[in-house]
Design a protein around this ligand. Structure first.
Ligand SMILES: Cc1cc2nc3c(=O)[nH]c(=O)nc-3n(C[C@H](O)[C@H](O)[C@H](O)COP(=O)(O)O)c2cc1C
Length: 168
């Protein structure tokens, strides 16, 4: 898919069908995350591919926003590995860049997806036995949208460039 089409076609999907994702497509999504840039190339990332029914039940305990997706990527930042400067650490930023690479590649592969921040991090930590260095940053439900899935209500509501850009 042309890059311009990818960035315009991606939209939040809130109703997935139960159709499984082809492994090759999932591999491409994960590879896009692997090659994403991170501060000092420290790659302070851990991605859990949650697709077993047991794993998906754990996701559902932590978030109301799986929307029936057959696969959820749980993207964590690693506080112990990330670049830090005083109190500042890039683990969240790094994880977001990795997640962004993955949702765009998912779109490129014809897979629907959504970025989810509405989750209980403590529940995720407990359910997935995350060590203290790992911080859940986002959930990425991925799959094929249900044919009755409504269009994302906000997708075409964006500020004008003049409101967000200033040439100096
Ligand atoms: C950082 C972030 C967090 C989000 N968290 C949630 C969420 O927890 N639940 C949800 O249904 N949508 C969530 N969304 C989806 C946004 O609501 C959606 O991307 C936005 O309204 C723009 O619509 P679009 O993605 O279709 O263009 C999140 C998106 C981002 C970027």
């Amino acid at each position: 898919m042309e890059f311009d089409k990818v960035i315009r076609e991606r939209q939040a999907t809130r109703k997935f069908s139960s159709k499984e994702i082809e492994q090759e497509k999932l591999d491409s999504v994960l590879e896009a995350g692997r090659i994403a840039p991170t501060a000092k190339n420290l790659q302070p990332i851990k991605i859990y591919v949650v697709k077993s029914s047991e794993g998906l039940e754990k996701i559902d305990k932590a978030s109301p926003c799986r929307y029936n997706a057959p696969v959820v990527l749980l993207v964590c930042g690693d506080k112990d590995i990330a670049y830090t400067k005083g109190d500042y650490s890039t683990y969240e930023m790094d994880a977001c860049i990795v997640a962004t690479h993955m949702i765009l590649e998912a779109t490129n592969q014809g897979l629907n997806n959504i970025w989810v921040e509405m989750f209980d991090g403590e529940v995720l930590k407990e359910e997935f036995n995350l060590t203290d260095n790992l911080v859940p940053i986002c959930l990425l439900p991925i799959g094929y949208k249900d044919e009755t899935c409504p269009a994302s209500p906000n997708h075409n509501k964006r500020k004008d460039l003049t409101e967000i850009v200033e040439y100096v």
